[in-house]
Design a protein around this ligand. Structure first.
Ligand code: F6R
Length: 607
């Protein structure tokens, strides 16, 4: 969704802003714009469409050293030139970029109109810019503070003013902002990817904070002007991790990175000698966690599928009753949170609005809250009482891949960490941990046979309806495989627990319909073989995901993609890989923009 970048220093700001905006493109956007301060004026250039359109109308030789840039994903108002950010007040002196939603926009709009202010766009952001303009009497920081007191909703903003060249005011409430610390220069951004080329030293802004940023200084205060001292932190991501490095797409890069990403996720956390698990983020709440009577996992999309695997893992390894809830439903349905409920929010970005709100709701009702998050310093990571980071590196591709497997690994770690403190025997824990330690290498083995998945994907890429079936631990993988296919190739796909097929969806099966069946070795193998027979009898083309060495399945299915053997609870970490590859190659074959699928944004920061 929307992205923010700001620069103040001694170098020309424009190339830095454009490069930063390019790095934010992966989040999804439909218009872009920049504002530069120049000798008593603020120059704004903006347009609907891709960054390349904006570049055509920009004076790329501009030398101003203070500026802000924005990529917009339309919420209030269509993606037009006028609605693109930055927005200005009616004097044209102040320019503002904004992520988030101003909820009392209507009331403020009416007030401004009554004061004779003409608003030119349909956006809530312009309303905020005009409010700052109304309060401006020569001190931008003061005016921003006053205006924010009138506003309800969420915001991450960066503001500049013609009368104060060399100053950016940034403020945050519910929408992330970080300040990059350079030498004689500072940057502000909504995402570390936008500034990594310049610095890895950052300050994470917290909700309710305002920063006055100049080339030499960052001064932070609360909304009520109380000074705050912040720590400078190091972003652990490298520039290489956010670049394609020879791959055609980030999605493929991230699929292929999974062995290394999961090694990183496991590093220092498991001890194969005694089967113990070390999760620094849980040390302070381990006693409370062990006493949990109920666990609720909450998430959206792919993270919800990982959470569903987590539910099965928690119940099996800890015997604590566990449920998985869509974050968007959980927050609005008056959930029962009693003494002893632990709520775990699972999120790659740590910024998904519904998941963050669900976590806040749980916290407010007294639950112990944990975050299973990838992005360090993100909203959910900061809001949770405790948590465990994925450490799988930045995920740029809109379709989540390595974050899914990272989430499952972390949930498996937490489940066995807790399980050991409940009823899980040392031997069982050791076996589980050794199987987990083998997973990165086993994923590497699957990735040696990419061509098999590619040829299946290409063969069926023209079919408009697919079914994905799985049982037990592989049921969430069926859901995930279907989601991957539909989001990047725009093919309709449905994931089901295999036994449910006969309760209705079997009516859909017709000659040549691709049906992906996860049929790995395990307790339900015979049943899934019967499901395969039911599909084939009706003419469906079965693509089976099976365990290496299973020769019998080749007679039942039209195509077989093999994965190495592992314990049943960890199968999702392997069976997800061929499904990611099928989705990727089907989308490429159909000529789809894999990394920027239509209508989608990388992190969904609005409801
Ligand atoms: C699908 C996908 C989305 C996200 C969902 C939650 O490939 O990426 O379904 O999983 O929007 O995002 P996070 O994990 O950032 O909370």
């Amino acid at each position: 969704m929307c992205g923010i970048i700001g620069y103040v220093g001694n170098r020309p700001a424009l190339p830095i802003l454009i490069e930063g905006m390019r790095r934010l493109e992966y989040r999804g956007y439909d218009s872009a714009g920049v504002a530069l301060v120049d000798q008593g004026t603020v120059g704004v250039t903006k347009s609907a469409g891709r960054l390349s359109v904006l570049e055509q109308i920009l004076d790329l030789t501009a030398t101003q050293t203070t500026g802000i840039g924005h990529t917009r994903w339309a919420t209030h108002g269509a993606p037009t030139d006028v609605n693109a950010h930055p927005h200005q007040d009616c004097t044209g002196k102040i320019a503002l970029i904004h992520n988030g939603i101003i909820e009392n926009e209507r009331a403020l709009r009416t007030y401004l109109q009554q004061q004779g202010v003409t608003l030119t766009s349909e956006t809530d952001t312009e309303v905020l810019a005009q409010m700052i303009g109304r309060f401006y009497e020569g001190d931008l920081e003061h005016a921003v503070r006053q205006a924010l007191h009138e506003v309800s909703g969420t915001y991450g903003i960066a503001v500049i003013c013609a009368d104060e060249p060399g100053v950016i005011i940034a403020a945050r409430k519910g929408s992330p902002l970080i300040i990059g610390i350079g030498k004689g220069e500072h940057l502000v951004a909504s995402d570390a990817a936008a500034i990594l080329a310049h610095t890895s030293q950052v300050v994470y802004m917290d909700d309710g904070e305002i920063a006055r940023i100049t080339a030499d200084q960052v001064r932070m205060t609360t909304l009520d002007a109380t000074p705050v001292t912040k720590k400078i932190e190091e972003v652990e991501w490298s520039l290489e991790q956010i670049e394609l490095t020879g791959y055609d797409h980030f999605m493929l890069k991230e699929i292929c990175e999974q062995p290394a990403a999961l090694e990183n996720c496991l590093r220092g956390r498991i001890d194969l000698g005694d089967g113990s698990i070390h999760l620094g983020g849980l040390v302070d709440c381990t006693r409370e966690l062990t006493r949990a009577k109920r666990i609720i996992l909450t998430a959206c999309g792919t993270a919800w599928h990982a959470a569903l695997v987590g539910e099965y893992l928690f119940e099996e390894l800890t015997r604590i009753p566990t449920e998985t809830e869509y974050a968007s439903e959980f927050r609005y349905r008056n959930p029962i949170i009693d003494d002893g409920t632990v709520v775990i929010a699972v999120s790659q970005s740590g910024e998904t609005a519904d998941t963050a709100a669900a976590l806040a709701e749980a916290k407010q009702r007294g639950a112990l809250t944990l975050g299973v998050v990838n992005v360090v310093g993100s909203t959910i990571a900061r809001a949770a009482d405790a948590g465990v980071y994925l450490h799988v590196g930045p995920e740029i591709g809109v379709a989540s891949t390595k974050a899914f497997t990272g989430q499952v690994v972390v949930l498996a770690l937490i489940a066995s960490y807790l399980g050991r403190r409940k009823h899980l025997s040392a031997t069982a824990a050791e076996q589980f941990i050794s199987a987990l330690a083998r997973i990165p290498h086993q994923i590497g083995e699957i990735l040696e046979h990419v061509d098999a998945a590619k040829s299946v994907a290409q063969r069926y890429a023209d079919r408009e309806n697919w079914l994905y079936l799985g049982r037990g631990y592989n049921y969430p993988v069926a859901l995930e495989g279907a989601l991957k296919l539909k989001e990047i190739s725009y093919i309709h796909a449905e994931g089901l627990p295999a036994a449910e097929m006969k309760h209705g969806p079997i009516a859909l099966i017709h000659e040549g319909m691709p049906v992906v069946v996860i049929a790995t070795a395990g307790t339900q193998y015979d049943k899934i073989i019967s499901n395969i027979a039911q599909v084939r009898t009706r003419g469906g083309s079965v693509i089976a995901i099976a365990t290496e060495g299973d020769r019998q399945i080749a007679e039942q299915a039209d195509h077989v993609l093999y994965v190495p053997d592992t314990v049943e609870p960890l199968q999702p970490l392997l069976t997800a890989i061929p499904l990611q590859l099928i989705a990727y190659y089907a989308a490429v074959h159909r000529g789809c923009n894999v990394d920027k699928p239509r209508n989608l944004a990388k992190s969904v920061t609005v409801e």
